[in-house]
Design a protein around this ligand. Structure first.
Ligand SMILES: Cc1cc2nc3c(=O)[nH]c(=O)nc-3n(C[C@H](O)[C@H](O)[C@H](O)COP(=O)(O)OP(=O)(O)OC[C@H]3O[C@@H](n4cnc5c(N)ncnc54)[C@H](O)[C@@H]3O)c2cc1C
Ligand code: FES
Length: 471
């Protein structure tokens, strides 16, 4: 790979999901992966941008005349300049073992933080690859060992005190302690809140039946997989990203799948009518039956009744009607709130010892020039990493362009930027042919770019946003 006049030899595949790095884009001595926009330093191999967390291999290269010789493999290295900064705070507590919490803990140790790290999670599973819970894992094509973000021994080996099945119930900001359920406190010098979000439940009779599922955790995904045994028909409530990914995964398992949702087009609110129609047609081609402009009003045993009067029998139900950020701890601690936990550009809350990252954080986004909160895996990880640097006193600004992807069957949709509203969608290519870039504009300005199988365009759009150019 070339960056300016320099030539580098690195692994061909991304350490996240093996994306082909040769199809990516080289920017400032780093190669960006075409699939989910991870970035690797070409000199060291370090994964400098999530979602990749592990380095790629690098080889020594020698240029002699017009020939390039690839020699021995280099030892993995991280940027030493930053490693030195280590010990601003000696006790760091992280509440949450998800994307942001894990990425923070991993980065703290990557930067040689020598103090204590306690990571508390009320989940029973160590940090996992949550996006996969509704994709390959649910479809049955991802083995168990793909799911943990790191093997179990990672935590002990890196001196990360991971406490699973432990609920944090309160924060005493004056004493700098967190309280855990059942009694006991944990002191901190810096605290990271990364409590994520929880599925919204349907406020209707019998929504708590055992056959009615939501999906957030590994246990939830396993429960749905168990329900597929001997099941013939599933009902998905909600045409959200998660709902539709679940529909695709269950079709892959050969179940009949019905989707009921109040909107007239799936995903229209986020992706617009063209992609909404495309996604609907894609699912219908795979045999999904939609009941749009409709909702469930009650469950009785295995029978769902819709507002329209339709009754549908299903062996089990998956409800994907959105999530709600888990804000109780921050609210009770008296932190400044703004439809989420309000943070500054360094992800610090109104209490200088407390940071927030991931689905709960509303931050000043320099690209949209608005305070935004999103529910994206890559954003949560990158925020966890920025918070880690700032807890070490490294003064890093969170200025990443929001990015998310979704996958239905074999069709990925990538999205960069942030557009809550737009007045125009400019389409380049052909949506039906799965070869397109959609630019969401407001008063002529591009706010976000969605694409299907136009990975380089998506990377270039991200770069343009970063550089303040029109993508
Ligand atoms: C099925 C599914 C598929 C998804 N697919 C995609 C995708 O394709 N692309 C994308 O961009 N995003 C996707 N997302 C969204 C993405 O996973 C989230 O944005 C991301 O996980 C947010 O990270 P987080 O660290 O803020 O929260 P989480 O990852 O939810 O982690 C929060 C953690 O906090 C713990 N916790 C909460 N409260 C407490 C407490 N009081 N005490 C102790 N622990 C607590 C929880 O147990 C959990 O471990 C998906 C989400 C789901 C559920
Ligand atoms: S495969 Fe490279 S970022 Fe996901």
């Amino acid at each position: 790979m070339r960056s300016g006049t320099d030539v580098f030899a690195v692994s061909a595949h991304c350490s996240h999901y093996h994306g082909p790095l040769a199809d990516g884009v080289v920017v400032d001595g780093g190669v960006r992966c075409p699939w989910h926009h991870a970035c690797f330093d070409l000199r060291t191999g370090e994964a400098v941008r999530a979602p990749a967390l592990s380095p790629i291999d690098c080889w020594e290269v020698e240029q002699r005349g017009d020939r390039i010789y690839v020699k021995s493999k280099r030892k993995a290295a991280v940027s030493k300049a930053k490693s030195a900064a280590a010990n601003a705070a000696s006790r760091i507590v992280i509440v949450g073992g998800g994307a942001a919490g894990f990425a923070a803990a991993e980065m703290l140790r990557r930067r040689n933080f020598g103090g204590s790290i306690v990571m508390v999670s009320n989940d029973g599973a160590a940090p996992i690859d949550r996006p996969n819970l509704s994709k390959d894992y649910l479809a049955g094509s991802a083995p168990e060992d793909w799911m943990p973000l790191r093997p179990d021994n990672f935590y002990a080996e890196n001196d990360i005190d991971l406490r699973l099945n432990v609920e944090v119930t309160g924060i005493d900001a004056a004493k700098r302690t967190v309280t855990i359920a059942g009694g006991g406190t944990i002191p901190y010098d810096r605290l990271l809140l990364a409590t994520g979000a929880e599925p919204v439940r349907l406020p209707i009779p019998s929504a708590d039946l055992p056959s009615v599922h939501t999906l957030r955790s590994l246990a939830d995904s396993r429960a749905i997989i168990a329900a597929t045994n001997e099941a013939h028909r599933a009902l998905v409530v909600g045409a959200s990203f998660i709902g539709l990914e679940v529909a695709a995964a269950l079709r892959t398992r050969g179940l009949q799948v019905h989707v009921v949702a109040p909107e007239s087009r799936p995903m229209e609110r986020v992706l617009g009518p063209q992609l909404g129609d495309f996604v609907r047609a894609l699912h219908e081609d795979h045999g999904v039956v939609f009941h749009l402009d409709d909702t469930v009003t009650a469950f009785e045993g295995h029978r769902a009744t819709f507002k329209s009067g339709t009754k549908l029998d299903a062996d089990f139900v998956v409800v994907g009607v959105g999530v709600r950020p888990r804000l109780t701890l921050a609210e009770k601690a008296g932190l400044k709130m703004d439809r989420g936990v309000s943070v500054d550009e360094s992800l610090r809350t109104s209490d200088p010892s407390i940071y927030a990252a991931g689905d709960i954080a509303r931050w000043p986004d320099p690209h949209s020039k608005a305070n935004i909160r999103v529910e994206h895996w890559v954003v949560a990880e990158r925020q966890g990493q920025t918070a880690a640097h700032n807890m070490l006193g490294l003064d890093q600004r969170f200025d990443a362009v929001p990015f998310f992807w979704s996958q239905n069957y074999d069709v990925p949709i990538n999205y960069v930027g942030h557009a809550e509203q737009w007045d125009e969608i400019a389409i380049d290519g052909d949506v039906a042919q799965k070869d397109c870039v959609l630019r969401y504009k407001s008063q002529g300005r591009v706010l976000a770019v969605a694409s299907i199988y136009r990975d380089v365009d998506s990377l270039k759009a991200e770069l343009a946003f970063e550089q303040g150019r029109e993508p």
